[in-house]
Design a protein around this ligand. Structure first.
Ligand code: FAD
Length: 280
């Protein structure tokens, strides 16, 4: 269980291990150098102004330099302090750290993030918000741990308990994937995902729960769609979250069903997010 894992880590008072610095890398293999490079035309390089992670924008492009600069500005603006209050946001950039794409592709070391967060707390004071950012980063570690612990068992249709295969409705799945379920909040989320490759954590939970519990679809189909669409796709983290919501992982509550009406009232009461991602 995550809470047991967290308590043990906290009790042990583990200090962040410094990331290993590498001064020089061996040259790329010949085959890699000969591979054709992806060509993007100007139109594809336009950032969607509605995107939570507007990656064609120079500050959100790939690579370690951008990742370090993004983390530095996030800490310099003291955003960890407001993280707990804003992390469930649906719209904008600063409601969460937006570190995930760089973490997922290895451009940013989680050890380095932790080290920087601890330095931030030493200089600016720890707060509920900075703790909560650490807490969420620990979820990432936790899913990595589950991957090491259970390996292929995590990928069975019936998850860790080895239950029978879930039901599936291919037509409902297609409607969900295309943002055409008729549920405005779910459809807005699925459109944002398809258009930008990013979705905030709350919306990921809402659309995943809707697919599993309301549409009675196989959680693995949802995980596969996320895999193909997410700019921050990370195998163990994506799979772990889907399993958790489906109640086939280590959730002591046996799954997370989100009430759509309640979620809409709590997170998009004014309808701004739904309006932003309304079908053209
Ligand atoms: C169904 C589902 C699928 C997901 N698939 C992925 C995925 O493929 N790749 C991915 O990186 N995250 C995934 N997440 C977790 C989470 O939604 C994203 O990490 C987060 O939205 C990324 O934005 P951020 O960097 O601004 O996060 P922040 O809220 O700023 O969190 C900081 C960091 O903590 C970690 N983190 C936050 N929430 C979680 C979480 N629930 N589980 C594990 N780590 C977390 C991430 O590394 C994140 O970058 C998924 C969540 C759900 C519910």
């Amino acid at each position: 269980m995550f809470s047991v894992f967290r308590q043990r880590i906290e009790r042990a008072g583990l200090a962040p291990v410094a990331p290993q610095a590498v001064d020089t890398l061996p040259p790329l293999p010949e085959q890699a150098l000969a591979m054709p490079r992806l060509q993007l035309d100007d139109e594809q390089l336009q950032a969607d102004p509605r995107a939570g992670f507007p990656f064609p924008d120079p500050s959100f492009m790939g690579g370690e330099d951008r990742a370090l600069a993004h983390l530095a500005q996030y800490l310099a603006r003291k955003l960890p302090h407001s993280y707990k209050a804003t992390r469930n946001g649906l719209y904008g950039i600063d409601y969460s750290s937006k570190l995930s794409p760089w973490l997922a592709c290895g451009a940013l070391s989680p050890r380095y993030v932790l080290q920087q967060l601890k330095t931030f707390e030493a200089e600016q004071g720890a707060s509920d918000g900075s703790y909560w950012l650490w807490f969420e980063l620990l979820w990432r570690d936790y899913f990595k741990l589950l991957q090491c612990q259970y390996g292929r068992r995590l990928y069975r249709a019936g998850g860790l308990p080895g239950k029978s295969a879930p039901p599936h409705d291919a037509v409902a799945f297609l409607r969900w994937r295309c943002g055409e379920t008729g549920q405005p909040l779910v459809d807005a989320g699925m459109r944002e995902l398809a258009a930008t490759g990013y979705l905030g954590n709350r919306m990921r939970q809402i659309v995943a729960s809707y697919l599993i519990y309301d549409l009675q679809c196989d959680w693995r189909a949802g995980a596969a769609w996320f895999e193909s669409a997410l700019i921050d796709y990370d195998c163990s983290v994506n799979h772990g979250n889907w399993l958790y919501i489906a109640g086939l992982g280590t959730d002591p509550r046996g799954g997370r069903r989100f009430n759509l009406e309640k979620q809409t009232a709590e997170h998009d009461a004014d309808g701004a997010y739904r309006a932003c991602w309304r079908a053209a």
